[in-house]
Structures are given as C-alpha cells and as structure tokens.
Design a protein. Structure first.
Length: 310
C-alpha cells in the first residue's frame, strides 16, 4: 500500500461481536491491496469494541478505530459520516458489520469505475447468503436489481435522475455493495443524520444519483447475511412478518417524504421523479390494487412474448 490509500473501507458497528471479525477478515482477504479500513463504533456495549481494537492493533498500518464523543450511539448516518470524514482514499466502500465481501470486490469495482470515468458510483446486486450454514458458497439468488415485477437493466450507466426514479418506485430495487467517489459523497453533504437506521443508504444514493451518473453492474461482490426461520429471527430481535411489513411501510413513507422535501430544496421538478413518488405512495396505501395490477402486467408480458414475430 502507498502512504495514501486508493480505497477507504468503512465498517460501522454496534454490538456486533458475533460477526465483526468475519466482516473485517473479508477486507483483509481482498485481492486488491491499496486500501485502508476504518471501523466506527456506534456506542457498542458488548465485546465488539475490544474486538475492533484488537483487529486494528493487528494491522496498525491499515486499520483505525473511531467512536463518537463520549462513546455515544448516534445512528448509522452519523457513523458513516464520521468514517468518511476520516477517510483518505479516493473511493469509499461500505461494509455492514454482519456481512462479507467476496475477495475480488475492490479489484473488480475499481476496474469498472476507472473504465466508466463519468460514474460517481459503481454498484450491483447483493447475494442473499444463507449464513447459518457457515459456508459463503451457500447463496440463494440475488437481491437489489429485480423484484416487485421489475428487473433493472444492468451493465450500463444511468444518467441522473433515471436510477433514482426507479428505486423510488420499486422498494426492492436497492443499489448496493457500492464503490463511490469520496468527492461525490462530500459534494452532496454526506449522509442525513436524521436517518439513524432504515433508508440511510437510500438517502445517500438519492442525493448522489440526482447529480451524478451511476453504473449498475450485473455482478455481485457482497454477501448479504440472511437469518434462518421465525424462531431464530425472534431470538435476534426481529419481529413477526406482519409487524415487519407495517414497520417497513412506515419507514418507507418517511423516506418518500424526505425525497419530496429534498426535491423541493434542490428545485428539481423532473416529471419522472414526481410520477415515481406517486406510484410508490399508491403501492403502500393500496397494496391489494398494486398486486392485482402487477399480476395483470405479468400476464400481458407473457402474452406479448407468445405473439409470433416477423
């Protein structure tokens, strides 16, 4: 590594003693070598603080540990901002403390972002990882570029605000596992610290995607940890499916209100974004109608595919 790293990996954590070392090791195992790792402790009360300090001490030339003043818990956005503010790299890459990167994550994404020089971000789908088997190869499909009757075209550059409109409209469309220019993050004001948990990453993508092109690949480099069954989920503090849906809808409405206010502040009146906001709200307020309409669209698509061509 040179004195100034090219990539700053940022892992924020709060009470992640069970998985933090696995996440950090996946950074250590990268085939690309010019990186630094910043660990941000968001007020942990378990052994993860000591674990992070031990991991940093094992690679003092590469790893730093940060925390908020007084070791407060300030939420995900404030922790991301703290990590990025300390970063020295040209590029930033997030990793959640219970997930993993594949070894070629950084090398592949740097090649893409330097080939597509217009892009501020390179992203792709997540690999749904059945983590309870203990084997990284036990993945169960991709998430983030399709779902809800929609499939995102990949291996292409999206000019603003095209991709933002799509992930406003489709809740299962989440540009993820990204590598982005630190300068773009700073230019848009970083993460919004009023978002302490859900949608904090979507806010950053919306802000960047309104100003900069984003390249979306079909390849994933990110293992997104899944948890097994309702009993295990409840043991980990996760709620019942109905409660999850209601909580998810409430969080999504908060995000949509933020988008509307942000567009007004930025004086953006693109009709694609206005239509996307309208559709997203309608899906939450009238889910039954949305499911019927989605089913009709799928049937029409199948009929169209059967029509002889030529």
């Amino acid at each position: 590594m040179t004195d100034t790293p090219i990539v700053s990996a940022v892992i924020i954590f709060c009470n992640e003693e069970e998985y933090l070392e696995e996440a950090v090791t996946s950074v250590f195992d990268q085939t690309y070598d010019n990186w630094e790792l910043i660990l941000v402790d968001d007020g942990s009360t378990d052994a993860s603080t000591e674990l992070a300090e031990r991991l940093a001490a094992s690679r003092p030339d590469r790893v730093r540990c940060l925390h908020h003043p007084g070791r407060q818990r300030k939420g995900m956005s404030a922790s991301r901002n703290l990590g990025v503010a300390a970063a020295r790299g040209r590029y930033i890459a997030y990793l959640d403390a219970d997930d993993r990167w594949l070894p070629e994550k950084l090398s592949s994404q740097i090649e893409l972002i330097e080939r597509h020089v217009e892009a501020a971000v390179v992203c792709g789908p997540l690999i749904l990882w059945r983590s309870w088997t203990g084997r990284p190869e036990d993945a169960d499909g991709l998430y983030g570029t399709h779902g809800d009757g929609f499939e995102l075209a990949t291996n292409r550059l999206y000019e603003p605000p095209e991709l933002v409109a799509e992930f406003i409209r489709h809740k299962d469309l989440v540009p993820s596992g990204a590598l982005f220019h630190r300068s773009a993050f700073v230019d848009v004001g970083g993460a919004d610290e009023t978002f302490t948990d859900n949608y904090e990453d979507a806010v950053v993508f919306a802000k960047i995607g309104l100003r900069y092109p984003i390249y979306c690949a079909d390849r994933s480099w990110y293992l997104y940890r899944q948890y097994p069954g309702p009993v295990e989920a409840s043991q980990r503090g996760r709620t019942r499916p109905d409660a999850d849906r209601l909580r998810g809808d409430a969080a999504r409405l908060v995000f949509l209100r933020w988008v509307e206010n942000h567009l007004a502040e930025e004086m953006v009146d693109d009709p694609r974004l206005i239509a996307a906001l309208h559709d997203a709200r309608r899906q939450i307020e009238h889910p039954h109608r949305h499911r019927i309409r989605r089913g009709l669209h799928r049937r029409v698509d199948r009929l169209v595919q059967r029509v002889p061509r030529g």
